[in-house]
Design a protein around this ligand. Structure first.
Ligand SMILES: [Cu+2]
Length: 470
């Protein structure tokens, strides 16, 4: 049984759900077009109003003592910032040598590399002089930090008289067209295994020592689609940490990656300047906190740009049990995230993340994961599903078809407790980005119970799975 891959069968409830999903799909191009239009308008507005007059709109600023008959060198002042290059284009006479005075006014490292060649990083507040040999055709320079080019950190270098200038432009929407595509009819290869959703009880230790190694590696996120994810311990989501109020979590973060990373535990009260600081490749830090509050907390990398690090796999959950939490028959964890696909095997697309233009969503990191491998539940057993919304942009409306939640705990509080005086029922747990909670329910007859993000566009694009009762 699967959610989005079988033909619709209106006679079964699950079939009706699939039909519903197909009703939504035709609307998606319109939604995409609206987003693209908004983005375009945004770029135009920035293009018209942002340029600083100090840079004379990218016209060259003057020559340096050229001999008669030779083409004078040209100089430009270039400002780099967090995800922009100012000006964004320069005009260069054919055959002129180019001198760039480059300053980094951003809060993170950047570079400006002609055609992506090796150039040193410029620290925040730093500056450097870059020399280019005479150019004969129009080209580009860009920031070589992963994702920054796609986010717009590109300098168009227009060599005068070369009309190919505008055509060779591979950023933004054009880059997105090379991105990997999810085939809704594809299935995982034989031997594929789902992320184990079963959650073990807290181990009873008062101190939890955990090593979290940052790894950048290719991981399958949908059938046939791999992305170069940035992860904690090699999976996205990273490991689920669990303990009780009063416990100590001592986490050693080791950066085995190629860029700065950090970790931010929402379960902690610490100085962000200390524990949450970014560390360079090869470095490590110890982040220790006492769990003073019960909750279902997100953790994520906070290195800049945070949206890219969190969106490209650096997220997970810490569960601090509420006091007197009753035992149940089965506990599972479902962490929802979104997919913003880059080209196959490459990092996810920062531009799409900023534009909230996702390709889909996932529970525990894989598109339609538990539709491909349903979660088995025994008839009548009490299930507690811990749910976290680790998506960077969209809401999670967690709903399970064919049951009612009799217990809901969200963001530190029971909203509904089994056997309580009101004895109401809950249909959907609503979670904004980073929020978490749990629901409890039973499934009383054999069948396939689809669980979804009832925010409909993600329901039909990967944020769905199945509880199977034999
Ligand atoms: Cu990171």
């Amino acid at each position: 049984m699967s959610v989005s891959t079988d033909p619709p069968r209106a006679t079964s409830p699950a079939g009706a759900w699939r039909s519903l999903a197909r009703v939504v799909n035709p609307l998606l191009p319109w939604i995409g077009a609206a987003v693209a239009l908004g983005l375009l308008v945004g770029f135009v507005v920035v293009g018209v109003f942002k340029p600083d007059t100090a840079f004379s709109s990218g016209a060259y600023a003057g020559g340096t003592g050229a001999a008669a008959g030779a083409v004078a060198d040209v100089k430009f002042d270039i400002e780099l910032g967090d995800l922009y290059v100012k000006p964004s284009s320069i005009d260069v006479p054919r055959g002129a040598k180019v001198v760039l005075n480059v300053v980094n006014k951003g809060a993170m490292d950047h570079s400006l590399a002609l055609e992506g060649r090796d150039e040193p990083m410029i620290k925040p507040g730093g500056s450097t002089t870059i020399n280019w040999d005479a150019l004969t055709k129009s080209t580009q320079a860009w920031c070589t930090v992963p994702g920054h080019k796609a986010a717009g950190m590109v300098l168009a270098v227009n060599v005068q008289g070369d009309t190919a200038a505008a055509a060779d432009h591979t950023t933004g929407a054009a880059a997105a067209s090379n991105s990997a595509k999810i085939d809704a009819n594809a299935k995982p290869a034989a031997g594929w295994k789902a992320y184990d959703p079963i959650l073990k009880p807290a181990d009873g230790n008062k101190v939890h020592e955990i090593e979290m190694r940052v790894k950048e590696s290719k991981i399958e996120v949908a059938p046939g689609v791999q992305q170069n994810l940035w992860t904690f311990n090699g999976t996205a989501p990273g490991p689920v940490l669990r303990g009780k109020v009063g416990d100590i979590f001592r986490v050693k973060l080791v950066n085995d990656g190629t860029m700065n990373h950090s970790i931010d535990f929402h379960a902690s009260k610490v100085s962000p300047d200390v524990e949450m600081r970014s560390i360079k490749p090869g470095e490590s830090l110890v982040y220790e906190f006492k769990a003073e509050y019960a909750g279902v907390f997100t953790y994520h990398c906070g290195a800049a740009p945070m949206i890219h690090h969190m969106g490209n796999g650096m997220f997970g959950a810490v569960i601090v049990d509420p006091p007197n939490l009753p035992k149940v028959d089965k506990e599972i964890v479902l962490i929802q995230s979104e997919l913003y696909l880059g080209p196959n095997g490459e990092v996810q697309d920062l531009t799409k993340m900023l534009a909230n233009d996702s390709d889909g969503a996932a529970f525990n990191g894989y598109f339609n994961q538990y539709a491909f491998q349903p979660i088995e539940v025994k008839r009548g057993e009490r299930v507690r599903a811990w749910v976290v919304n680790a998506a960077i942009n969209d809401e999670l409306a967690f709903h399970t078809v064919g049951t009612i939640f009799d217990t809901v705990w969200k963001e530190g509080n029971y909203q509904l407790k089994r056997g309580g005086p009101d004895h109401g029922g809950s249909q959907t747990l609503d979670l904004s980005p980073t929020q978490g909670g749990f629901v409890e329910f039973t499934l009383d007859a054999p069948g396939n119970y689809t669980f979804v993000n009832h925010e409909m566009r993600n329901l039909s694009r990967g944020a769905a799975g199945v509880f199977s009762v034999k």
